[in-house]
Design a protein around this ligand. Structure first.
Ligand code: CA
Length: 328
């Protein structure tokens, strides 16, 4: 049922929630999704730590942002011939023990250049691919040892690709969430996916009871078969709300880009449909080293909280967001 903006605001004020999601671990400082990156993120004290999940040849869930390996590892040096006809190296074509021999590095573009220049540039420390179980165990154990309740925020990557490969990635992720006590309606987690067909399947066919976030991208990214323009319509958001608890839009979808270029801050109009369906909003991604042009980090966070009425944010850098939240 729809609630007024005032009711929504006061409910949020009571809970005092603007959650911080450590995007791919502490990816602003260490190679994304390594256990070291997750450990550092944990120490920085976010509310949730994110895991992107793809499935290996031997059906093990591993934490990697892409179904391809070459942008974050030395796969082309270790297994030069193991690419598909498109020239790309798929995690799905390697067993876990093969993947464990690879070294992770900072994300590189197609020319092999580091995407975020000021980030980790060392070459000697050996960072490796880790399983979803390793990540969940690490966070669970640290929670127990420190008496903390940091949650997990796994994303099922390219579910249609995986189903086509004969493997149900969502089922594997849900089983891991439940095994480590993060899943279900009382679990401290959000399960996220870009594919609306899969979000529906997770809720209905797989009967998953935990919190789900529908990620929203641009149709041009070809992230899935989902029509994100329709998804952001009045009807789209109403249907999404039947299956998901929240939405994860990118920054360009929550602030009006045209207005921003003129130095003005204007809310993207489709957000009214999000509010009308009382969906949680967790936009991605706050990057302290790649802020929108002409905006300070504090201004962006303030805008997300006060104008967008976001409930939290994904960030590559937890410390500046925590600092802002403390003083807000
Ligand atoms: Ca993700």
């Amino acid at each position: 049922m729809a609630t007024s903006f005032e009711e929504r605001d006061s409910a949020k004020a009571e809970k005092n929630e603007f959650v911080i999601v450590a995007h791919r671990g502490a990816s602003g400082y260490l190679p994304e999704h390594s256990l070291e990156s997750t450990t550092l993120a944990y120490a920085q004290g976010p509310d949730f730590i994110e895991q992107d999940v793809v499935i290996t040849k031997d059906n093990v869930p591993v934490v990697l942002h892409d179904i391809h390996l070459e942008t974050v590892s030395n796969v082309e040096m270790v297994f030069p011939t193991r690419h598909r006809s498109d020239g790309r190296y798929y995690a799905r074509d390697f067993t876990l023990s093969e993947l464990k021999t690879l070294a992770l590095h900072e994300r590189a573009d197609s020319d092999g250049k580091q995407v975020f220049k000021a980030r980790y540039s060392g070459t000697k420390a050996h960072f490796t691919i880790a399983t979803l179980y390793e990540h969940f165990e690490l966070i669970s154990e640290l929670n127990r040892e420190f008496g903390q309740h940091i949650g997990v925020y796994p994303e099922v990557k390219s579910p249609a690709f995986h189903l086509n490969e004969g493997v149900d990635a969502s089922k594997i992720v849900i089983d891991a969430l439940l095994e480590y006590g993060f899943g279900g309606d009382s679990g401290n987690s959000f399960l996220q996916c870009f594919d609306f067909t899969e979000v529906k399947r997770i809720r209905s066919e797989l009967d998953y009871k935990g919190k789900i976030v529908m990620l929203i991208g641009e149709n041009s990214w070809k992230e899935s078969g989902t029509d994100y323009d329709w998804l952001r319509s009045e009807e789209g958001m109403r249907v999404v709300a039947q299956y998901a608890d929240g939405v994860g839009p990118w920054l360009g979808h929550v602030l009006d880009g045209k207005a921003m270029k003129q130095g003005e801050i204007k809310l993207a109009s489709w957000l009214t449909h999000v509010y009308a369906n009382n969906l949680t909003i967790h936009p991605y991604t706050y990057r302290h080293d790649a802020l929108p042009a002409g905006m300070t980090g504090e201004a962006l966070l303030q805008t997300l909280k006060k104008v967008v009425k976001a409930d939290g944010v994904f960030t590559d850098q937890v410390p500046p967001v925590k600092e802002w939240r403390k003083n807000d």
